[in-house]
Each structure stands twice: as C-alpha cells, then as structure tokens.
Design a protein around this ligand. Structure first.
Ligand code: C2O
Ligand code: CU
Length: 475
C-alpha cells in the first residue's frame, strides 16, 4: 500500500472546540429529527406543487458560492441549514454550507485542499469524476477519525466538466451525503471557454436531490435496505425554489445528488433541452432532448432558451416520474443580447478502441454484492493493467436501479441490451457513472492511466454502504 499516513493530521483541539460539543448538538438534532414519524406536511406547512401550476410561496434558489481549489480548507461539521424561507434543518455541512461551496479550478492547475473532519464519525472526501491518484481519491481506506484531517494535493489533469465531491467512508456514505455533505467541483478549460457559453448569472449549478422531513422540518432519513426515496425535491438545498430568469439562454449544470432516486427531467412548456455535456464534460455536438433520465451521481450540461419568456410568465423544471415541479424559472422580462446557441462541433472526443468481447463481467447482485462478494475494505478483488483498453460488462440479477460508478478513469458506454435496450444522447462521450436497470446488460470501454487502488460501486448509496463495492488495483 502507498504510504499515505503523512497525509493525515491529528488535531486534538479541533477548532478550539471539543469534537464532543459539536457532536452533542448534532445528537440533539438527530433526536429531534427522529421523534416524530407522522404527518410529513402539517396544516401550517406550505403546500407542495406536484405537477400543478398552483400559486405557491416559493423561495429564491440558493446559488452556492465559489471557491478556488488551491489552498482550500474544507471542514465537514454539523450545523443548522436554512432550506429557503423559514425552513431550517439540522444538517451536516461543508464549511457551514449546504450544498458545500462550488470548487472551481482550471485544467492544468493544482488543487491543494485540507479536509477537516468535524463530524462524530469517520469521513473522507471523494472527488467524484476527478481523475486523481489513489492517495487523493478519497478511498474508504483513507477515512480519518473525528477531529482529524487529510491533506490532498493533485494536478487538475482533465477536461472541463461538472464533477462533485462528497464523503466516502465505508458504510456511512449514504447518511453523510443525505444530511448535506455534497458540493460541485467545476473544471474549466480553453476548449470550453472558446465556445462562449452562457456564464456568470446565466450558468447555474443545479444539485437536485430528494428528502423527507419530520414535522419540525428537519431532514429525516428512513432506514431501508432497498434505498431511500424522499417525499420532496431540494434544489441546491432550497425547498420549493424559484429562479428569476432574464430573456436569455441559460446553462444549467445538473447533478442528480439523490441517494437512490432516478429522475426524468423535462420542461413544463414542452420545450427541449439543448444537451451539450455530461459526466466527463462536453459532448462532440449538441442535441435536442425533451426529457433526460439521470441516476444518482450522473451529471448533465444543458442550455435552455428562455429568450421568449416574458415578465410574469414562468416555466417549470419537472421530474416526470415523481410528478414534481422541481424549480420555477420565473421571467423578469429583462432582455439579454449577444448570446447564441452553439452550433457545430463542441468538443473533440477520441473513441476508445478495445476488445469486442468482455474483459471482465460485473454482476450487481441483490442489494449488497458484486460478483457474489460483499465489500471488504482490505480485499483486492481484481487487478487491471494501466494503459490498456478493457471492455467491462455490467449485469444484474435484480434490485436495480444500480448506477454503476468507477473511480480512477472515465469510460465510454458501448451498448445496453435487455431492459431499455438502447443508449441515450446523455450517455455519449465520457462517463463515470452509468445506469444499469433490471434485465439490462451494459458494456463500457475503459482505460486507466494511473496506478493504485480504486473502487467500482453502485451509487445507490444504501447498496454501496451495504457492500455493493469492490476494490481493484491498477498496476
Ligand atoms: Cu460519487 Cu465512489 O462515489
Ligand atoms: Cu445498486
């Protein structure tokens, strides 16, 4: 194993507070959160739109502030989060924010980040989609105890993309993510900036996830081995949000940050999204799609043309499967000029050339196993040679959706047979997470450039925590 103990720093007097005092506030919050299991919406709670256009009190969408990846301290700790308007909840937050700050870095720069664990249990931060070496990947082996920290330093050696960060300690990822620990990690490069895509107020990250609440409005996590499905959507941790939008083209950077829910997004006016990118960045060209299916961990990059949305009108971003109006886009009427929809080639992507028959097969079994094995943090399940393109085949004997996520490399999806039986435009280009449905077989081509230990796992977080994860070593 690489020696990474020097990355770990013990801080006995964490922030001058005992970890115990942070812990007791959190415990009290948990007691509050679990002492009522009845009536999710009391008479005093605002109604929640479920597909209708009824007038509601909506809260301004929170836009996380941005921070540089260089010299960043990221502290995970309990606190109280505002969820919009008068909604408050006990939460776990990075730097006191839910979602965590959006980390922004240029390709070619270096990230230097100190993670400080102010929780009452072990944690470590994984940069989902970032191509980094083993020591910087937030592998569960690197989890640090409460009151300790971990220093990351890695080159940003990849193309522009929306990635994200969240905890990855074995068996506790689901609850730590659920209570608020997640944020965007945006990489920029010159290929992307040459396209002059909408930026500033016209480029909006949307971290969409579901949640359930107790009668006091605290986040409530039901313990189900089949996975948590919440009663309400949150966008950037805002309940019932709206975004005031000009007559302009908007670029939405969307992450499905749910523990288990697959979303199918659409616009209420039946307009199309112009899909320009996904997990691994820009696609070769844009395409028009009326709805987009996203599993936990997947990202999409879309343009929405709101140039004809007049003041006082609005369009809803919907989840068709849940019947939710997730986000109201509310017209201000202000006309913005000088924007254009990109045409032609967005990006160049070299197709991987690899074997036609599977190099390896991964069966996602039940809710706890890959190829019959429950995750063992100290066991290496297979070895891969770096620099070689392999074909990986994902199959399941049920209990899907299984969003399959691989650390250490991006892949290119080749085929889906059985089940939905097709690939979708948002599955082109580079991916790090692909949705495996019941009765489906999905093939991907993958090549690792870095050596060291990584994991493959189901991003349905209950499945991951229950052992649907596997260690492998690239050599
Ligand atoms: Cu988003 Cu291994 O995780
Ligand atoms: Cu799964």
């Amino acid at each position: 194993m690489p020696a990474f103990t020097d990355r770990r720093l013990r801080r006995r007097d964490f922030l001058g507070l005992g970890a115990a005092s942070l812990g007791s506030a959190w415990l009290m919050a948990c007691e509050r959160a679990t002492d009522s299991i009845l009536s999710p919406a009391g008479p005093g709670d605002p109604l929640f739109a479920r597909g209708g256009g009824a007038a509601l009190t909506r809260n301004p969408l929170r836009i996380p502030n941005t921070v540089s990846a260089s010299g960043l301290t990221l502290t995970a700790a309990p606190g109280t989060a505002n969820l919009g308007g008068t909604f408050e909840s006990a939460a776990l937050m990075y730097n006191g924010q839910f979602p965590g700050p959006s980390i922004v870095a240029n390709s070619g720069s270096t990230a230097s980040i100190q993670f400080v664990n102010g929780l009452t249990q072990q944690s470590i931060t994984h940069w989902h989609g970032m191509m980094v070496d083993h020591e910087d990947d937030g592998h569960p082996l690197q989890a640090v105890n409460a009151g300790s920290s971990y220093n990351y330093e890695f080159p940003i050696a990849q193309r522009a993309a929306l990635n994200w960060y969240h905890p990855h300690p074995h068996m506790h990822t689901g609850e730590q993510v659920y209570y608020g620990l997640a944020g965007a990690f945006i990489v920029r490069d010159s290929e992307e900036s040459a396209l002059q895509l909408p930026s500033g107020a016209y480029e909006v990250p949307l971290i969409i996830r579901d949640a359930s609440f107790d009668s006091a409005g605290n986040l409530k996590l039901g313990g189900k081995s089949s996975g948590f499905i919440g009663t309400d959507p949150l966008v950037n941790a805002t309940r019932t949000p709206y975004l005031a939008v000009d007559r302009a083209i908007y670029r939405f950077r969307i992450l499905n940050g749910c523990n288990a829910r697959v979303m199918r997004l659409a616009l209420s006016n039946n307009a199309s999204f112009t899909l320009i990118g996904n997990d691994g960045g820009l696609l070769t060209s844009s395409s028009s799609v009326q709805h987009i299916t996203m599993a936990p961990g997947e990202r999409t990059d879309v343009l929405v043309d709101l140039r004809s949305l007049v003041a006082g009108s609005s369009v809803m971003l919907r989840c068709l499967d849940a019947g939710w109006d997730i986000l109201e886009l509310r017209g201000t009427g202000a006309v913005i000029s000088g924007q254009a929809m990109p045409s032609g080639t967005l990006s160049s992507i070299t197709a991987l050339a690899g074997p036609a028959t599977p190099t390896r097969r991964f069966s996602f079994d039940g809710m706890t196993r890959i190829n019959g094995l429950i995750y063992d943090i100290n066991r290496t399940d297979f070895r891969v040679q770096h620099g070689v393109v392999e074909r990986w085949r994902f199959v399941t004997n049920g209990n899907a959706p299984h969003p399959v996520h691989v650390h250490g490399a991006s892949f290119q999806v080749q085929s889906r047979t059985g089940g939905r039986g097709m690939l979708y435009p948002w599955e082109a280009g580079w991916k790090d997470t692909v949705l495996l449905g019941d009765r489906e077989t999905v093939d991907v081509l993958i090549r690792f450039e870095r050596t060291g230990m990584y994991v493959i796992h189901c991003h349905q977080l209950a499945h991951e925590d229950q052992g649907m994860m596997s260690n492998f070593v690239v050599e």
